[in-house]
Design a protein around this ligand. Structure first.
Ligand SMILES: Cc1cc2nc3c(=O)[nH]c(=O)nc-3n(C[C@H](O)[C@H](O)[C@H](O)COP(=O)(O)OP(=O)(O)OC[C@H]3O[C@@H](n4cnc5c(N)ncnc54)[C@H](O)[C@@H]3O)c2cc1C
Length: 452
């Protein structure tokens, strides 16, 4: 009996988990990335017997190094904020900078300009260090972390998921049964891929090529810590600086560019750099530190994200595009919500039904809807013209900054979304104006959509 759940009717209604030779736990989590370790920390701290199954051994490389301010309160709640701040490569980030492909347009959004209450900074983190710190924290809080273990197949009893067949590091198979299963398997989206619930976005087929460099030109003063997004034909670059001035540089491009460039991450990256004068300038004296890696097919939605005994959290529940660095925020936020739903439902009736996961499912859907429409707007060059011409009128800039900071869960979200919708409306007026030769703001010479 978990110590944190000693009240309620947990004992009376628990269905029989114990099967000879099989391990039975309260919660089984697949994946030790930010989603899995967040949920694992909170569940174990609540006294539930929690296993995190992770195929890799940490630290391991991962893309996704720029955090958003409104992730920080959750890091506090997990008790890992100080550890993250103290990691060797963690760098303070006060805002996000956006630059046109030739450097002629440049806008900086500072987090301090958001609607109150302001969280004025976030961090750039090296994900090998960050993910390892979060997973170590989950272990310290009592989760049983099994590294080098792989998920085989889900176990169903009717439509209830009751466990997984897992492969041990030595190759042997065994079954781990659970009251609740959290799929935090990231882009591989373990359950959705097996069940046919995962669908790519046909209009948004991107590929990313990434490496780390030293000797990259950085802007002066406090802008040096910002993430910089540079527009490119058919996509965009990120430049994310770490504490030692090494920089993660990634190109996110239409998948057609991948084929046209020769099909290796290096050829894709080099062709894009040559076509983007601002990035070529910043990388002129740069030296690559690690091999290129590529991430493909990362834009997909998942039709079913929760059911009896299971919930999908983080990237496993869907992903569109990393332009606004929303991935870790969504992953940790949905993970914390799922942990709460599970704790409450095990207290209430000793099992987790689909209806118990309603809050997490609707939170996930609403975060996807909001951020995905923000991301889509970014790929609309008429919206982008406003994005590059910030104005204080009607606090439009504060609304954009609040979205960029991920201040989207607290009450008062309408203040930002209504202004964002107004900007989308203005983008349509700009489109008509541009067609008539009278745009409202100066149009951009090139946008992130091929040929735009
Ligand atoms: C190109 C690109 C750039 C990005 N940039 C940013 C950014 O700047 N900021 C940001 O916040 N987000 C960014 N993201 C998104 C971010 O990387 C993800 O949202 C985040 O890592 C999701 O966390 P997660 O815990 O859901 O999954 P992951 O971090 O991917 O963790 C999943 C874990 O599950 C394990 N696993 C998977 N399958 C199995 C299995 N069968 N058995 C055992 N273990 C398994 C994996 O080994 C992995 O460790 C970016 C994404 C992309 C594609």
């Amino acid at each position: 009996m978990p110590s944190g759940l000693s009240s309620g009717n947990y004992n009376e209604t628990r269905y029989n988990l114990a099967v000879a030779g099989e391990r039975a736990v309260d919660v089984l989590i697949l994946g030790g990335g930010p989603a899995g370790s967040t949920a694992g920390t909170l569940l174990a701290a609540a006294g539930l017997e929690t296993v995190i199954l992770e195929g890799e051994r940490f630290p391991r490389f991962h893309v996704g190094e720029s955090l958003l301010p409104h992730t920080l309160p959750l890091l506090d709640r997990l008790g890992v904020h100080e550890a993250v701040r103290a990691l060797p490569h963690t760098r303070r980030k006060d805002g996000a900078s956006f630059v046109s492909h030739d450097g002629s347009r440049h806008v900086v959004y500072w987090f301090e300009d958001a609607f109150a209450p302001v969280i004025p900074h976030a961090y750039q983190v090296r994900r090998d260090e960050f993910d390892a710190a979060l997973l170590a924290n989950a272990r310290a809080k009592g989760a049983d972390v099994l590294e080098g273990w792989h998920a085989g197949a889900p176990r169903w009893e009717g439509k209830r998921l009751v466990g997984l067949v897992v492969r041990e590091p030595g190759g042997g198979e065994r079954v781990i049964r659970c009251r609740a299963f959290l799929d935090a398997s990231g882009q591989s989206s373990f359950l959705a891929s097996r069940m046919g619930w995962r669908f790519p976005y046909p209009m948004h087929r991107k590929v990313a090529a990434v490496s780390h460099f030293k000797g990259v030109w950085l802007p002066p003063e406090r802008e040096a810590g910002n993430i910089t997004i540079v527009l490119a034909d058919g996509g965009w670059f990120w430049l994310i600086p770490f504490a030692d001035d090494t920089v993660s540089v990634g190109a996110v491009l239409d998948v057609e560019k991948w084929r046209a460039s020769g099909g290796t991450p290096e050829s894709l990256f080099s062709a894009a750099v040559q076509a983007t004068p601002e990035v070529a300038r910043r990388l002129e004296h740069a030296e690559r530190l690690i091999p290129f890696s590529a991430v493909q097919n990362f834009s997909y939605r998942v039709m079913q994200i929760g059911g009896d005994g299971y919930c999908l959290i983080g990237d496993a529940a869907g992903f569109l595009d990393p332009i606004f660095s929303t991935g870790v925020f969504i992953s940790t936020t949905t993970a914390a919500s799922a942990a709460q739903d599970i704790i409450e439902s095990l207290m209430r009736h000793g099992r987790v039904d689909a209806s118990d996961l309603g809050p997490t499912i609707s939170l996930t859907r609403s975060l996807h809807r909001l951020f995905f429409s923000f991301i889509r707007a970014y790929y609309d060059r008429h919206f982008l013209a406003f994005f590059f011409s910030p104005t204080d009128a009607s606090r439009l800039t504060a609304a954009i900054v609040s979205l960029l900071a991920a201040d989207v869960v607290r009450p008062g979200r309408w203040k930002k979304t209504i202004r964002f919708r107004a900007l989308q409306g203005l983008a349509r007026v700009q489109q008509v104006g541009a067609r008539l030769g009278r745009p409202i703001v100066e149009p951009l010479a090139a946008g992130p959509t091929s040929g735009s």
